[in-house]
Design a protein around this ligand. Sequence first.
Ligand SMILES: CC(C)(COP(=O)(O)OP(=O)(O)OC[C@H]1O[C@@H](n2cnc3c(N)ncnc32)[C@H](O)[C@@H]1OP(=O)(O)O)[C@@H](O)C(=O)NCCC(=O)NCCS
Length: 135
Amino acid sequence: MLVALDGECFAEPWTQQMWHDELERPFCELWGAFAETGGLAGYCCVWFLAGEAHLLRIATASEFRRRGIGQLLMDKIRQRALQTSCEQVQLEVASRNVAAIGLYQRFGFEVVGRRPGYYRNPNDDAVLMTYELRG
Ligand SMILES: CC(C)(COP(=O)(O)OP(=O)(O)OC[C@H]1O[C@@H](n2cnc3c(N)ncnc32)[C@H](O)[C@@H]1OP(=O)(O)O)[C@@H](O)C(=O)NCCC(=O)NCCS
């Protein structure tokens, strides 16, 4: 379910082995949002490490988009970040990913940097964004 949805949502999906390796890490968490029918509607994968949360992956199945699932997952990340004493949530996002940047900005993330040419498929810069949990 997860590998299939990841394949629908990303140009470079993670394989089953990559998910397995990622989830072996003690500081890595995977959270899912499920439809009433039981299907996976969205998920996020986050590292909570050394006082920082790093969002690796977040996606909503196309048929469930713009219904607040992304926001729900971000709320969960904030909750877990607070529970694990993180001071900041960090992420990288492709500069042309309007939907994701819209989600992050609405949540309160701020742009803190840019990595030119960071993504290859398709070519794009990475925008670095952070969300401060202190105060
Ligand atoms: C980014 C993504 C996770 C958003 O998920 P979602 O469940 O549709 O998000 P939500 O419904 O919670 O949207 C919350 C807010 O984000 C912003 N937003 C979401 N999609 C948007 C879009 N296509 N264009 C502009 N803003 C958008 C809006 O402010 C939205 O609030 P609104 O619907 O009241 O206007 C989804 O588009 C997705 O899975 N994209 C493909 C995977 C991806 O690019 N992941 C991010 C990189 S790791």
